[in-house]
Design a protein around this ligand. Sequence first.
Ligand code: PHE
Length: 460
Amino acid sequence: MTRNSVAEHTSIHGLWATRSIFILAATGSAIGLGSIWKFPYITGMHGGGAFVLVYLACVLLVGVPVMMAEILMGRRGRASPVNAMQKLVQESAVSRRWVLIGWLGTVAAFLILSFYAMIAGWALDYTVLSAQGAFDGISAAGTLAAFAELKLSPYTMLLWHSVFMVMTIYVVARGVQNGLARAVRWLMPLLFLLLFVLLGYAFTTGHFMQGVHFLFDVDFSQFGRDTFLVALGQVFFTLSLGMASMMAYGAYMPQQQSIAQSAVIIVMLDTIFSLIAGLMIFPIVFSWGLEPAQGPGLMFVTLPLAFGNLPFGVLFGTLFFALVVVAAWLSAIALAEPFVAWAVEKGMRRPTAAALVGVASWALGIFSILSFNTLSGDEFRIYGKTFYEAIDFLSSNILLPIGGILIAVFVGWTMKETKVMKELAIKNQVLYIAWRIAIRVVAPLAILAVFLDFFGVFGA
Ligand code: PHE
């Protein structure tokens, strides 16, 4: 068979029609709640510039190499992560146990989807509330009360959780060409447009430079072990690594496209987006004399307050939450795809598979919703965590790092190097060796450090 033969270089789900569609889809997966909601709040909690510097180092040393490894595995396997792993295992004649990588990622993505839809649902609710002018002229006590009220309203949460899940499943059911690619083609330009409009708005708040200093002035006294560990965890989440999504999307990537170049572009776009999200949020926070170290409430508590009291806040507040919804939508599609693709390969029709995965994840998400109200009591806790906290912890802090280490070890040490080199096709020897060292040594050790830290191995 020739190198370009269709049989070898396609998947039963089809391929992304062009190189740029693959890049847009993978970037759409990466940019999500992780960039807009999480990055600013953890940067705020870790002192700004020092954290950003460590974060950028982790992006470069671990994010880029692991992203390349995942895309490479997907494209070589040309199937859902589970079946791609079957193929890679046969090809390199190694233990079938490695297929576990595919399952770990697929299950982690499925679990994350269940609560990701809930949080995206909050953003949907806030989009509508903003548009209705509910935050117009609101006080600090008012936004706190509004957020608390939402968490105590299971039916409101359920409504938006359901709406968001239907949006996600609708796209996934339509397949790679008519669903995923089309959504990406329309929504990615919209996403960047919204971002720049909001950035322009942040300029007008008069505190823009304060935001710039907060993000980019490195205060060495803020460095700590914690800074590094939190930064690496964020790199994995925001770049959609360790969760099979990049593998699934890589399976549909055109054969001629450069993996290294694509990975660098995707990572750069996600990083720029996160930084701009910070540049947009912090000036607003400072213009109100608010605390940057708010924690997870930063987006839902302080921003309505800020928008509610700035000129044209109704319009821009609505645009802001719409931006969050769009970004989360494209990420949620990527979270559902690994499982759906696997079911389709098992012989199921795509719409049926998408509906089943969607309903199962939706149902699981109901427990996360109830864990803020009906089921918040001690008797419903798992090791002191509510259901939502436990699922988040299991997927983000346990499955994700295990998946990350296994991926790095598999590509770095287990897969036949000739196959790896053929797929990567990097001409520059120095770059190839740098990648090889990163994937064999730097990435596994760095992830291991993060993982062990969660179990207090390094002390409190
Ligand atoms: N990267 C997404 C975000 O930052 C989350 C995500 C993880 C999406 C894994 C797909 C797969 O919100």
